[in-house]
Structures are given as C-alpha cells and as structure tokens.
Design a binder for this molecule. Structure first.
Ligand code: NAP
Ligand code: SF4
Length: 676
C-alpha cells in the first residue's frame, strides 16, 4: 500500500498510458545549447530512470525569430533531429516518456528579429518587436506545426505548445499586447484565433496518436489580462482543436507578482486550475510551488487537477517519484524554491544546476562513483559544506566522522530558516539530518575536535564557516547594538526603531525578520499572501489582479537599512528574486539608504554622513542598531593544523567568506568529496 495512491495511478490517454500522474515541467537548463547531446541525454535519462510519468524538455524555438535569444536551441534541421533522437532513445531505454516543448517567445525574444501581434516593447526585453502581417502569422503557425512534426520524427512522445507566461501565443490573447484590428485582434474570438489555429495545425501534422499538451495561461497577473470566461472558452476551443492535455500557466514573466519564489506559499495557485475542472473533458495539469509528494497527493485528492507538474524538484532529486513510491519520501532532496542555481543561472547565461544537488545538469562530469580505496574522512563543521562532504563521501564508500560544536547540523542555514518566507530551509535541514544519519557517518555534535582528534584521519576537511565582520564603528560596544546572530539565533529584544548596518543578503533577511510581528507568515497563510500581493479570483477581477494593488500588513517596526556603496540596495541579490525582496521590504516601508559613512553609534541611534567630504551629518534615530556587515572566514583550526604540518582541505565560508552562500558551499563540498 502506497502513501500516494493518486499520484502513482496511471493515466490512460487512449493511445498511450502514462505510468503515473507526475509531469516534469519544462525548464530551460541551457544544456541543449552546449550541443553536448550525450550530456543532454544523460540528464533526461536519469530522470526517466527515477520514475517520472512524463517529462517536457526546455523550450525549443520553432524558428529563428521565435527563439528566446539568438542561438536558442530548436529543431531546425535533419541534423537536429538526429541529436534529439539520442535523447528520446535514452529516455525510452530507461522506461520514460518525453515531450518536446515548442516555445515561441514573441516580444520576449532578445533578438533583433523578434515578432509579435503589435509593436509594443515588453518591460523585460531590450528591443521592440516587429508587427506581423498576415503572411508572417501564417509562417509562424506553419513553423510551429513543422517543429511538432520534427519532434515526432525525433522520437518524442509528444509536444507541449507553450501558450502561457506571456509568450507569443499568450500575447495574441489580450489587448495589453494585441492592438490589431484584423481577424487576429479585437474581439475575443479574433484574439483566440491564433492559439486555436496552432493547435489545430499541430494535431493535423502529427496525427492522432501523439501527445499534444497546451500550456494555458489561467491567471495572467497583468493589467488587462484575460477574464475567467475567456480562459474557459479558450480551454474548450483548444480541446476541440485536438489537444490531449491542458497544463497550467501562472502569470506573465513581466507580472509583478511572485509565482514560484520560495516566499510563495506551497501550491499557491492550484485553486486556479481547480476552477477549470469539469469545463473540459481532457486531463488538466496543475503547477507552481508543489515540491513534495505529500503536497502533490493532496492537490489530487482535493480535485484540483488530474496530474501534477513539478519542474525544479527534479533538479533537486532525479529520483523523486521512485523514492516516493518506495516509501522513502524523507530521502528526497528538497527543492527550496531559491532559484539560485537554476533560474538565476539561466538568466545569467550559465547552465542550470541546483543549490541542493550540484550534479543536476552536470551528471556526466560530477560523478559519485564508489571509491577505489575506502578512507577515514574527518569533517569539521556540519553546515552546508561539511554535511555535503560527509554525505557524498559516505555514499562513495568512505568512513566519515563529522564534528560540529553546535548541537545540530545546518550551520548558518539554521538562521535562514527563521526568516519569514524562507520556511523551506526547515525541510532542507531536516533532510540533511536524515542524510547524515548513515551507518558510515559518525556524528559528533556539541563538541569541537582538538588537533589530536584529527591526527589519524586519512583526509581532514575544515568547513568551520564564518565569523561576523567587525565594522569598527565608534560606539558599537553600546547596549543598543546587536549582531544579526543575536537577533536571528539568540532572539534578543529589539526596539521599535531599528537601523541595520549592511544591506547584503543577511541585512535584507534581518529587515524582513524584524518587520514581521511574529505568528504565521504569509508564506504559511495563502489567503493573507493573496491579499498582501493583490491577487484575486480571475472570475471577479480580469487577469486576477485587484485594482488597489498589494495590501500588506503593517510592519512591526520602523526600519532603516543602510550601506556604504552608492547604488540601489539589493542590486546584488539573486537575479530572479532580488526584486521580490526589495518589493517586500518596500511594502513594509523599510527605508533604504545607500552611500553612507558610519560616523558613530550613540544612545539616540546611528550617526551617518554622505560622500567623501562626510557631508550632511544625519542621525538615524534608532532604539537598536543591528550589525550585518558581512563575514570573515573562521579558519583558526585550519591554521593550527597547518602549524602542526597536518594537511587539510578548507572549504565553504572557512575558505572564502566573501559572496559566501549555500550554493557555493554545497558545490565545493560535493566536488571535493567526489575526488577523495
Ligand atoms: P554580504 O552580502 O557580503 O553583505 C555585507 C554587507 O555589509 C554589504 O551591504 C556591505 O555593504 C556591508 N559591509 C561590508 N563591509 C563592511 C564594513 N566594514 N562596515 C560596514 N558595512 C560593511 O554579506 P551578508 O549579508 O552577510 O551575506 C552573506 C552571504 O550570504 C551573501 O553573500 C549571500 O550570498 C548569502 N545570503 C544570501 C541571501 C539572499 O540572497 N537572499 C540571504 C542571506 C544570505 P557596503 O560595503 O556597501 O557597506
Ligand atoms: Fe530548487 Fe533552488 Fe535547486 Fe533551483 S536551485 S532547483 S530552486 S533548490
């Protein structure tokens, strides 16, 4: 008897059957652009082996003008077909099924050839699109249908036609981007003509026994988005045009509502998909912020969908479904929805990976093979870096002793987990605890090892982390001055007016923590989160946006966040999440002050000045000043070992504290452990 009877139930599509109700949603990983097709095939084959019912590839352009960026992967030639066949053969060999996503970016394309229904530049694109004429529209339809046929020739089990997130087909549906007066614009019927015609022509091209998924934008989250009536009528027309399955799209890329970030409540939008259930007779898939088998099972039990899409969770763990089916859900490496190694990489032009699983998209090069010689590995520090070394070394057959002076594993992650909106870190630490509960790992918590404790080990790894940087501000020894550790770990009292020195990731996190008054966070309370961000039922409000906009709760404190650099605060936070952190603090009226010199701290607060001439002396009145001025490596043990002539590997924050984050620490730990 399984804990997940609905999730693991096969789905009969008539001409073929999916072995369970789990879809690996489309992700742009950058792998296809490497042209290393063995690497691409290995990525998908590992996930097929892991038991997922159906996978969708990253978006493939149907033609040059539709590519997200110049050189974006597509299926343009017979040579491409042969390359893609390597992928489909490996997936089928592993017992899986795979559909290719056809993605036409329209005005979201970064290239000079981009095309759209109307010449309206998007706020997130560098160039205005060219307005298509009748022949141009016919070419796009024909190219999409040809891409679908090529996908069939390449051995795919189906295609997903990308009709959501504000891409090309979505752009025809709303007046926001479609100002046409011909048969492709104006009335609802005209605006819906293109997506419906595309599905009809794709079906005609590929025949009856081929999966055609249509990803339909169910809540646009932009001004002048679709009404719910329009969404339902489009869904029915797409079904009639020949789609096999409808997948859910949530929000356009230019929407100012977070839709997949970690602060978004789990399954925050499954209620939107549920509204469509019963209006069409083909299976419907739901998506967004579903990251555990329990949540996925509950979504199906609640009747929100026939199938569940998860994307990033398959970067974190390729064997998500198999582990769930074997009753080992606790072993699944959790996706914490941080975007740090996946989407932030994609938007930075780098190949995706995963903060929790550095092997993701690097399967051929980062391997955890059994070690030729089993060794005794001593690891000092059970934070992200140290735990990763211990886990991977044990997996490779080594014997590990893992020390930490703290009473539990997780290191600095234990501070991240108390930040409102970062609740997923709790699950990450729980998983790490479970992973180091391994027969080959001896865990010694609450004790710092001496040099003699480490002397006999074959390999010594120092992952002792960081210590807070001393900013050396006059008056910082006062009773009204605390560090972020005092606030986040030791929960000291903080007054109603706060000045925060330093606006890096931890300064922002501390501001978020202090602006919250305690109790449940909006990440744990979907109704409150929807109100906070101004999201409404699309049945009552076009596009799902309330006209008044976000309505956040009052901040618990009056906070000023400061930095010395004269640039926008939070500029260096994650590419895809920095704007959310800035918007969240702006909603809490946090005052952001760049370009300061810290003069002194007094009982009244923090005295600052501006510019090289130390002009405009200003007192930031505050009951408490919190120091978040970055960190320095904690390597006293490494230095002491060096003095004794004992060789050790220094990793994580103990190696380099600047720009330290869990992504780099875990990656460094995994790569070291793979070579021991
Ligand atoms: P950080 O990102 O390096 O920021 C340190 C802050 O302190 C900066 O605002 C810096 O700005 C200021 N600072 C540096 N030296 C100073 C000095 N001598 N006196 C006064 N201010 C000084 O470090 P962090 O905030 O401690 O975060 C550590 C790492 O954790 C980050 O790099 C990040 O990767 C990770 N993290 C990320 C997040 C996130 O992205 N959400 C959250 C938490 C932690 P000025 O030099 O301009 O004053
Ligand atoms: Fe999930 Fe973060 Fe990994 Fe991306 S990097 S898959 S969001 S855990």
């Amino acid at each position: 008897m399984t804990d997940y009877p609905r999730l693991l139930e096969p789905l009969d599509l008539g001409f073929t059957t999916l072995k369970n109700r789990v879809l690996m949603g489309s992700m742009h990983t950058g792998l296809e652009e490497t042209k290393d097709w063995d690497r691409v095939a290995t990525f998908y084959a590992e996930r097929a082996e892991g038991g997922v019912g159906l996978m969708v590839t990253g978006g493939m352009a149907p033609n040059r003008e539709g590519g997200v960026f110049p050189g974006a992967a597509g299926l343009f030639s017979d040579e491409d077909i042969a390359n893609h066949r390597m992928v489909t053969d490996r997936v089928h060999g592993a017992g899986g099924k795979i559909a290719m996503q056809i993605l036409h970016a329209g005005r979201y394309a970064y290239g000079p050839e981009c095309v759209a229904p109307s010449p309206i530049k998007s706020p997130i694109s560098p160039l205005p699109p060219k307005e298509l004429d009748e022949d141009g529209i016919e070419k796009q339809i024909a190219d999409i249908a040809t891409a679908a046929l090529r996908a069939r020739d390449a051995g795919y089990d189906g295609v997903e036609v990308m009709g959501s997130e504000g891409y090309f087909l979505n752009q025809f549906l709303v007046e926001h981007t479609n100002r046409r007066t011909d048969r492709w614009g104006g009335s609802v019927e005209n605006r819906q003509r293109l997506p419906v015609e595309v599905v009809r022509r794709v079906r005609a091209a590929v025949g009856d026994d081929f999966i055609v998924i249509y990803r339909l934008s169910m809540i646009d989250l932009i001004p002048k988005g679709q009404t719910w009536e329009e969404v339902v009528s489009l869904a029915r027309k797409i079904e009639a045009a020949g789609a096999t399955i409808l997948n859910t799209g949530i929000g356009w890329h230019e929407a100012r509502i977070p839709t997949i970030a970690t602060s978004v409540p789990r399954r925050a939008f499954t209620w939107v998909t549920q509204k469509l259930m019963g209006d069409v007779s083909i299976p419907v898939i739901t998506s967004n912020r579903i990251n555990t088998p329990d949540v996925a099972e509950q979504v199906l039990a609640d009747g929100c969908a026939d199938m569940v899409s998860m994307a990033r969770p398959f970067l974190a763990d390729s064997h998500f479904v198999q582990k769930a089916a074997e009753g080992r859900a606790g072993d699944i490496a959790p996706c914490i929805a941080c975007n740090q190694a996946c989407l932030d990489h994609t938007f930075g032009g780098k190949i995706s990976s995963c903060l929790v699983n550095p092997r993701a998209c690097h399967e051929t090069e980062l391997r955890y093979d059994l070690a030729a010689n089993a060794k005794h590995v001593a690891v000092v520090g059970a934070g992200a870096a140290g735990v990763t070394v211990a886990m991977v070394a044990a997996q490779r057959g080594h014997r590990v002793t893992l020390w930490d002076k703290a009473g539990r594993v997780g290191g600095q992650l234990n501070m991240a987990k108390v930040i409102p909106g970062k609740e997923e870190f709790v699950g990450l630490i729980d998983w790490m605890e479970r992973m180091v509960d391994h027969p080959a790992i001896e865990l010694r918590l609450g004790k710092a090892p001496g040099i003699d404790d480490l002397r006999g080990a074959d390999e010594v790894v120092i992952a002792t982390g960081v210590a807070p940087r001393d900013p050396g501000i006059e008056g910082q020894d006062g009773a009204n001055v605390v560090s972020y550790i005092d606030v986040l770990r030791d929960k000291v009292d903080v007054g109603p007016r706060v000045a925060i020195v330093g606006a890096g990731g931890i300064g922002f996190d501390t501001a978020e923590f202090l602006s919250h008054g305690g109790g449940a966070t909006t990440t744990e309370d979907l109704d409150a989160w929807l109100v906070e961000w101004g999201v409404a039922d699309p049945e009552t409000h076009r596009g799902g946006l309330v006209p008044e906009g976000p309505r956040p709760a009052r901040a618990a404190r009056q906070i000023t966040l400061l930095q010395r650099k004269n640039e926008k605060l939070g500029k260096r936070l994650g590419k895809t999440t920095g704007w959310i952190h800035r918007a969240a603090l702006a909603m809490k009226d946090v005052k952001m002050v760049p370009g300061v010199n810290y003069e002194r701290i007094t009982r009244e607060g923090l005295q600052v000045s501006f510019g090289e001439g130390r002009e405009r002396p200003t007192m930031i009145e505050a009951d408490t000043v919190v120091l978040c001025a970055g960190q320095v490596p904690e390597r006293s043990l490494a230095d002491a070992l060096g003095a004794e002539g004992i060789t050790c590997h220094v990793i994580g924050g103990a190696d380099v504290a600047a720009e330290l984050d869990a992504k780099r620490a875990i990656d460094q730990g995994a790569r070291l452990a793979a070579t021991l």
